[in-house]
Design a protein around this ligand. Structure first.
Ligand code: DON
Length: 306
């Protein structure tokens, strides 16, 4: 299969209609509202270490909720299955920042990919790591192959200033006894993780381990056990795109994770990780052009898992 040719074709197709995709850039985080919406990039990182990329691949963006996969990875390394006492494994069927379910379900978030679930996972990490931000950055620099990957402090601060909804979730979890640390301190860590900045090519490389049975492709080092890696991919399949996970499973047929910065990462187990980035979001908070591109990619290369 000629991956480069396929993604170049998709880039040309998407670019010719970039202004027509539905939605708008995320504006509930003011610093994100300033990003030029008419950009698109796509990259593939194969388990034999090849990278293919197209479009605006040099442009860095904040990975936002895609970081929730890394947060879960670091927490699984430390807690194993005991993490699941604090966060569930079920699809939420509600928006990524919904508060209602959290009260009905006694402060246990449905899954680690909605905001409440990632925040409680950050709290768990905060309890076990003396410098969680430093540790996360070291991990991301290593996995992405770029030692200069950083947190975009403008975006992180902007998120902290507008933290009320996420803070409400953390306080609610505290009231149910499912939070161990100071809410504001954990939120600073969580927003820092969301504001990690990298380009599309680095994003595909970072998540290569998900396609490679939990082993980092470049170094050969194990990140997760093979079983944990399978389990994480299963959860991405059922919950990675929030209340649009079913639509993504139907259209693209791969485990995936989106973020409000406009990135989506998807995994073809045993073959590659594929990333797309385009900042305009649909009503579910997922990149419209990114979804279209991944659907084309899955169709062109017959990658739907079923
Ligand atoms: O906490 C937030 O709302 C953002 N930092 C991340 C949300 C996000 O990316 C949801 N993804 N579609």
């Amino acid at each position: 299969m000629n991956i480069q040719q396929v993604i170049d074709d998709i880039n040309a197709d998407v670019r010719s209609r970039l202004s027509q995709f539905e939605g708008a850039v995320a504006s509930y985080i003011p610093a994100l509202a300033e990003v030029d919406s008419e950009q698109f990039a796509m990259a593939v990182h194969t388990v034999d270490g090849q990278t293919f990329s197209t479009g605006d691949v040099e442009v860095p963006f904040t990975i936002q909720s895609v970081s929730k996969v890394l947060t879960l990875t670091l927490a699984l390394q430390r807690y194993g299955n005991s993490l699941w006492h604090r966060v569930g494994k079920e699809p939420s069927g509600t928006a990524f920042n919904s508060l209602t379910q959290l009260e009905f379900e006694q402060g246990i978030p449905r899954n680690p990919f909605i905001n409440a679930g990632a925040i409680v996972t950050c709290d768990a990490l905060y309890s076990r790591l003396s410098a969680p931000t430093h540790h996360m950055l070291e991990t991301v620099r290593w996995l992405s192959g770029n030692p200069r990957v950083c947190i975009n402090q403008t975006v992180s601060r902007s998120e902290f200033q507008h933290r009320h909804r996420n803070a409400a979730m953390a306080h609610l979890m505290t009231s149910f006894g499912n939070f161990e640390n100071d809410v504001e301190e954990v939120l600073k860590v969580y927003f820092g993780f969301c504001a990690i900045e990298m380009n599309c090519q680095e994003l595909a490389r970072t998540f290569g381990y998900l396609a490679n049975r939990g082993v980092d492709i470049a170094s050969g080092e194990r990140i997760l056990t093979s079983k944990q890696n399978s389990q994480l991919n299963s959860l991405l399949f059922t919950s990675g795109l929030y209340d649009a996970a079913g639509d993504f499973a139907y259209r693209v047929g791969m485990p995936g994770k989106s973020g409000v910065g406009g990135a989506i990462v998807a995994v073809v187990p045993g073959q590659f990780a594929v990333s797309v980035w385009s900042p305009k979001l649909n009503a579910f908070g997922n990149s419209s052009a990114g979804l279209y591109a991944l659907e084309q990619f899955a169709d062109r290369l017959s990658l739907h898992l079923f």
